[in-house]
Design a protein around this ligand. Structure first.
Ligand code: MEV
Length: 440
């Protein structure tokens, strides 16, 4: 039977490493490799972001310049490990900057949360929410909401709905404006503060006494932020698309592009990959700015399936007048204050690089990055395919993984200018190159 480590979290970092070495088969240089990536000045800060921290996991902090969004120019910070995502975003950004840029619309910025409870009463639904209950619940959490109200936020409405699929289960749905914060802690604290007064309300209603007390099951925000939505859009004359299809007519390219977009709308298998390409850009901005990409992805994928079939998040149109239009609509609950956004030194820097945007401005930027990556990906897919560009950029990773020297890298860059890159081709190139040098 495997041994269970007790009290692991209470150990010091050194004790944790020793305990892991005693318990698991780990590489001999495990402690040295962890130590190599610890930060000399700010490790305490990084340690505290999570638990049982042993080291740091590095990812590239890159930038895509030339993002013209709502007539403002940005250099967009992107944290992503996949080669070609930043290059694809940059290429699309430059193209669209010369063609009117990205135009965005915030459809709403509310977030919601629920108290889920069991009740043996009738399936009531408070569409017109009882003012006495709303006041009672709002009052109960006034110490939590006071600061948020000063910043222009707070509670924006409530309703009670039965969960039709489950007997005796109800939800109190509460809407929040959290201004520039993502607001997860704020929302959860409010909801938890409302549990007892909600119970008390039901207990004191004469009509409800016969059904007994409600039982609170749980209180939690919903990451399905259907009231926190942004749309990003680009458009240009079809003729302007020429740079993306040098060997095709722009009209042919635009129609094939639209066909690919329509396939992603109709077919779930394609839609998932298509949307992954959108999140390549969106997540990279979300991570760079210290936001929660798991929340954004969960919401985005649920939104993609809102009509019962998982579909693409973006669409494309070509008008009779020859205007190509592409649009992405996505729920994005982001913050530019609170959480890790200012605590993580590079997230703070990313937000400053964007000019200290509001949360809604950051929604517009992240959505535009998603649309940029989506445009580049589909443009490559319907012309050269993605592997040509992708493998060119991946060449350096293949060379590094085979321990190539600076001279070998330079020679490889020249050699692969006119050849297809693959792991095998790089291996063969290095073998030959080394053999030739040894023979000289
Ligand atoms: C790769 O990371 C993303 C793509 O697969 C997206 C797409 O297929 O649209 C290229």
């Amino acid at each position: 039977m495997s041994r269970i480590i007790k009290g692991f979290s209470k150990l010091t970092r050194e004790e944790k490493i020793k305990k892991l070495q005693e318990t698991y088969e780990l590489p001999d240089d495990f402690p040295d490799r962890l130590a190599r990536y610890r930060h000399s000045g700010q490790q305490d800060l990084f340690d505290d972001f999570s638990e049982n921290t042993l080291s740091n996991y590095f990812l590239p902090f890159g930038v895509a310049p030339n993002f013209l969004i709502d007539d403002k120019m940005y250099v967009v910070p992107m944290v992503v490990e996949e080669s070609s995502v930043v290059a694809a975003a940059s290429r699309a950004a430059s193209f669209w900057a010369a063609n009117g840029g990205f135009k965005t619309k915030i459809i709403d910025s509310l977030k919601k949360g629920h108290i889920w409870f069991k009740w043996n009463g009738p399936k009531i639904s408070f569409d017109t929410f009882p003012k006495t209950l709303e006041n009672k619940l709002t009052e109960a959490v006034s110490s939590i909401t006071a600061n948020m109200e000063k910043r222009g936020g707070g509670i924006r409405g409530m309703k009670i709905l039965p969960l039709e699929e489950m007997q005796t289960i109800f939800q109190l749905e509460v809407y929040f404006e959290t201004v520039d914060s993502m607001g997860a802690n704020f929302i959860n604290s409010c909801l938890e503060g409302m549990k007892a007064p909600l119970q008390e309300f039901f207990r004191t209603q004469e009509d409800f006494k016969q059904y007994g007390d409600i039982e609170i099951v749980m209180a939690i925000l919903s990451n399905y932020t259907t009231e926190c939505i942004v749309t990003a859009q680009v458009e240009c004359p079809v003729s302007a698309l020429k740079p993306f299809a040098p060997e095709l007519s722009p009209e042919f390219f635009a129609h094939r592009f639209k066909t690919a977009m329509d396939i992603a709308w109709m077919d779930t298998s394609r839609a998932v990959t298509h949307n992954k390409g959108i999140f390549n850009g969106t997540d990279a901005v979300i991570i760079a700015t210290g936001n929660d990409f798991r929340a954004a992805e969960a919401a985005g994928h649920a939104w993609a399936a809102k009509d019962g079939q998982y579909r693409s998040l973006s669409k494309c149109e070509i008008s009779e007048k020859g205007i190509f239009k592409m649009e992405l609509t996505i729920p994005l609950a982001l913050g530019t204050v609170g959480g890790l956004t200012r605590l993580h030194p590079l997230a703070g820097l990313a937000i400053e690089m964007l000019g200290n945007p509001s949360a809604t401005e950051l929604m517009s930027i992240a959505a535009s990055a998603g649309l940029a990556n989506n445009f580049s990906a589909v443009a490559s897919l319907v012309t050269t395919g993605i592997q040509k560009g992708h493998m060119k950029l991946h060449l350096i990773n293949l060379l590094n993984s085979q321990g190539a020297s600076a001279i070998e890298k330079e020679a490889a860059a020249n050699y692969f200018k006119t050849r297809n890159v693959s792991a095998r081709a790089v291996e063969e190139f290095l073998e030959n190159f080394r053999k030739q040098r040894n023979e000289q």
